[in-house]
Design a protein around this ligand. Structure first.
Ligand code: HEM
Length: 429
């Protein structure tokens, strides 16, 4: 009996040895590649010798890839488009209406952008293509972001241009206008009554800065962002897109006194003498002042700024006699409407508030200006001829304003190691 049992066990052992036990576990298991599913159609021959697992896997993968290639099936991984690759949009899906960021080539020398006249010392230290090495996509990012903002908020360009003007005329283009506080604890430019609630655009600069910090941390200054955003603002509203030099650095301080005490910004009840004196102090002729003020071709003014012209001009209890009667009626309808009394609405400077055209000057010729300082550009003999010239020549206006804005954007810029490059535009590093 014991002998019979021993013989049976011996026979069973031999049967098991002659079979591959793995086959019972999984009929598709690759014998030399335990744990991985074998392709039942695998074209390769079994390797009987002792290839190590690594080489064997590599060989199998290679053979399969080759097979798929030959079969025209393609490689293992889907080819996702890289970020820079254009994404193909099927014809039935409407294309994104976002206006393309302008991409015209920038001349090497910013002086090329300027019209006749001697080279401008103000541009010294700034350079076109400043971020080509340190942040190659900087200008592109700024252009795209401004284009996107313009699409959702067509008033963004006006906000940016006024912000730039208020920054540059007060101690130079150094982004001091953006600081929320200054080390001495004194009032900052932003808190001056000249800026305060009515100055917009700082939040737009914050958004651009955020994107640039993701791309290249602490590289692009806030002062440069204002300048490049202004260049895009002009291009988006119809002016030529000129090369904008970069290299400005950010101020470490900001003082309200520089606005108010030093009278570095104009107000709408200034005389022409005051206006001419201020612009001269900042390096601009009377003609250039007229052209720069043409920026009032976009955006508008809040009723509170000019209401005395409508009902109490120079404390007379009457409207400004220098206003066109139909225009007076029109804006009185908006600003003197009792329902609007607490709202202080914004009135457009002209009928095309998102287009930098010469309609502003044409309106001045018809006594349709919101601000008395604007109207005075026509009534004062020192500036009248320039208003007329711009009203008659829209191309000249576009060319001259674009160039003058590049020059204004370089005023007293901090360069080299002066100042700093902020991490956020609202505070020093
Ligand atoms: C000549 C002296 C100037 C005076 C007295 C003046 C005054 C003003 C005033 C009172 C407003 C309306 C602010 C509001 O109610 O929100 C305004 C708006 C504006 N100013 Fe001037 N400005 C002058 C020159 C300039 C210059 C030189 C520029 C640019 C280069 C400029 C760009 C703008 C822009 C774009 C707006 C519209 C802002 C918006 O709609 O957001 N201004 N200005």
């Amino acid at each position: 009996m014991a002998r019979l049992l021993l013989a049976t066990l011996l026979l069973l052992h031999m049967i098991l040895l002659s079979c591959n036990a793995n086959f019972f576990l999984n009929p598709f298991m690759d014998p030399g590649n335990e744990g991985a599913l074998a392709d039942p159609e695998a074209p390769f021959e079994e390797e009987p010798d002792a290839y190590n697992l690594h080489h064997r896997k590599k060989k199998i993968r290679k053979q399969r890839q080759q097979k798929k290639k030959n079969d025209g099936i393609g490689l293992d991984w889907p080819q996702f488009p890289l970020l820079d690759d254009p994404i193909e949009i099927p014809p039935e899906v409407p294309q994104n209406p976002l206006p393309d960021a302008p991409k015209n080539k920038l001349p090497e020398d910013p002086q090329d952008a300027l019209p006749d006249g001697p080279p401008d010392d103000n541009l010294k230290g700034l350079r076109v293509g400043f971020y080509n090495q340190s942040c190659p996509r900087a200008e592109e990012i700024m252009a795209e972001t401004m284009a996107e903002m313009f699409r959702t908020n067509p008033r963004a360009p006006a906000n940016i241009l006024r912000l730039q003007f208020h920054d540059c005329f007060v101690g130079g283009c150094d982004a001091s206008i953006l600081l929320d506080s200054t080390p001495s604890g004194e009032n900052v430019e932003k808190s001056s009554p000249m800026n305060f609630i009515l100055l917009k655009g700082a939040d737009l600069i914050d958004d651009i800065k955020l994107k640039l910090e993701q791309e290249c941390p602490q590289t692009v200054s806030c002062a440069d962002i204002i300048a490049f955003a202004a260049r895009e603002a002009l291009a988006l509203t119809g002016l030529p897109r000129l090369p904008q030099p970069g290299g400005r650095r950010d101020a470490l301080v900001s003082l309200s006194a520089n606005v108010d005490v030093l009278k570095n910004l104009p107000i709408p009840d200034w005389t022409m003498d005051q206006l001419i004196e201020l612009f001269k102090r900042k390096g601009f002729t009377e003609e250039e002042m007229v052209i720069l003020t043409g920026a009032h071709s976009i955006g508008g003014a809040h009723c509170g700024v000019f209401t005395p012209r409508l009902n109490n001009y120079e404390n007379s209890g009457k409207p400004d006699p220098g206003l066109d009667p139909a225009f007076l009626n029109q804006i009185s309808g908006i600003c003197l409407d009792p329902k609007e009394a607490n709202r202080n609405p914004l009135v457009d400077f002209d009928e095309t508030p998102t287009k930098m055209d010469n309609l502003f000057y044409k309106n001045l010729m018809q006594y349709k200006a919101l601000l008395s300082t604007d109207q005075a550009l026509l009534t004062d003999p020192r500036t009248a001829q320039f208003v007329e010239a711009m009203a008659n020549n829209p191309d000249e206006f576009a060319k001259r304003l674009a160039a003058l804005m590049i020059r204004m954007g370089a005023m007293e810029a901090l360069t080299g190691t002066a100042g700093e490059v902020r991490k956020t535009c609202r505070s020093t590093v």
